[in-house]
Design a protein around this ligand. Structure first.
Ligand code: PLP
Length: 380
């Protein structure tokens, strides 16, 4: 089996050399725009490319407002702060995610609480969320409180894992009953749509990441998406040190953050975004070929959920056991094909192991069996 898998991936990527999980591809206007940014001398957080990148992302996603940040983690941090997440609050999320989701919650002084993921989406399971709230949440006045911990439950952060959209409409409907804000961690899902609407545009906020391993990159970068004009203004304000606009005076009216994306990174982003549709087509084709191949082998290749268009950011197979997974990882990596297991579940990490959680059998199942396989855009 392994030899066929290795040969198949080598043919797909047309190389005998090392095949990374996901490498960026720069074959458009990247050098031109970055050089232009350098020559303009506006390389830092003021410059035309930042505005342009924000406009293009807003246009592409359909979000009314987009605010560029230094990375996806800072975008999440600010989205949580502007949702009113305060020290001592709880924020519902899923254990199957990249650590940044929980870190951003902690930056606000809040605590993550964990519900299960769905085997259909890999993202937050609406049934698990609903049964957690039914059993443990108590609406007292305006807000919901966790009956066990006494803490206020202020927000919920579902994650569109590997670009596959979660059932976001159900999650929003459930959270609404408890006055819980939904912030979509759509760091991995630029180009993914749920019922023809872009991921990250359903909740109060959505966030994107443009880290080097994401579908398009700015080197490092992120974006806050929102349809609320007031919140968009506040986001811009606190990501730019809360400076009150003035030609020469320094006046800052609250504790702000130095979170604005530099122009030089945005220049790279504008060039990358021009190629997104093409990247998506190629990634769709890679996923289709994997699907045909793994179907023949009787291996479960993860495909986009119902009513969705996924960007297939990272392709995944789900093997039969942890033993088989370990063998697969061992042999492919030994043969210079980079494959990786999914993240260690958040509540198994030392800093997140003592927080409230419900039973999460699906997350446990996926953690033991899922393997990500090479998914980058193929060089032509
Ligand atoms: C990449 C990623 C982030 C964080 O983005 P950075 O730009 O690396 O800070 C957050 N959440 C998820 C699910 C991610 O994959």
């Amino acid at each position: 089996m392994y030899e066929e898998v290795i040969n198949f991936i080598r043919e797909l990527y047309k190389t005998d050399g090392f095949i990374p999980l996901h490498a960026p591809v720069f074959r458009g206007n990247e050098e031109k725009y970055v050089l232009d940014a350098i020559r303009s001398t506006f390389v830092s957080s003021v410059g035309v490319y930042v505005r342009k990148f924000e406009e293009k992302i807003a246009e592409y996603t359909g979000a009314k407002h987009a605010i560029a940040t230094v990375n996806g983690t800072s975008a999440l941090h600010v989205a949580l702060l502007l949702s009113g997440v305060s020290p001592g609050d709880e924020v519902i999320t899923q254990p199957l995610t990249f650590v940044a989701t929980c870190n951003a919650i902690k930056y606000c002084g809040a605590e993550p609480v964990f519900v299960d993921v769905s085997l259909k989406t890999l993202g937050m399971c609406p049934d698990s969320l609903e049964s957690f709230l039914n059993e443990f949440a108590d609406l007292r006045g305006e807000y919901a409180y966790n009956k066990r911990t006494g803490r206020r439950i202020k927000a919920c952060v579902p994650v569109h894992v590997f670009g596959h959209p979660v059932e976001i409409d159900k999650i929003i409907e459930i959270c609404k009953r408890y006055n819980i804000d939904v912030i979509e961690d759509s760091a991995e899902s630029l180009g993914s749509f749920y019922k023809n609407k872009h991921t990250g545009t359903f909740g109060k906020f959505g966030i994107l990441s443009f880290n080097g391993n994401k579908i398009i990159t700015t080197g490092g970068g992120g974006m806050i998406l929102t349809n609320d004009e007031e919140l968009a203004k506040k986001a811009k304000h606190i990501t730019t040190t809360a400076k009150v606009p003035h030609t020469y005076e320094y006046f800052h009216d609250e504790v702000g953050y130095n979170y604005r994306m530099p122009n030089i990174n945005a220049a790279l982003g504008v060039a990358q975004l021009e190629q997104l549709e093409n990247f998506l087509k190629i990634k769709m084709k890679i996923a289709q070929e994997y699907k045909i191949f793994f179907d023949k082998k009787g291996i479960n290749f993860f495909t986009e959920p119902k009513d969705c268009r996924s960007n297939y950011w990272l392709n995944a197979i789900i093997l039969e056991s942890k033993k088989q997974r370990d063998e697969f990882l061992e042999i492919t990596n030994k043969n210079s094909i980079q494959t990786r297991p999914v993240w260690t579940l958040m509540y198994k990490l030392p800093m997140y192991k003592n927080y409230f959680k419900v039973d999460t059998p699906n997350a446990e199942y996926i953690e033991e069996r899922l393997v990500n396989i090479p998914s980058g855009v193929i060089h032509e």
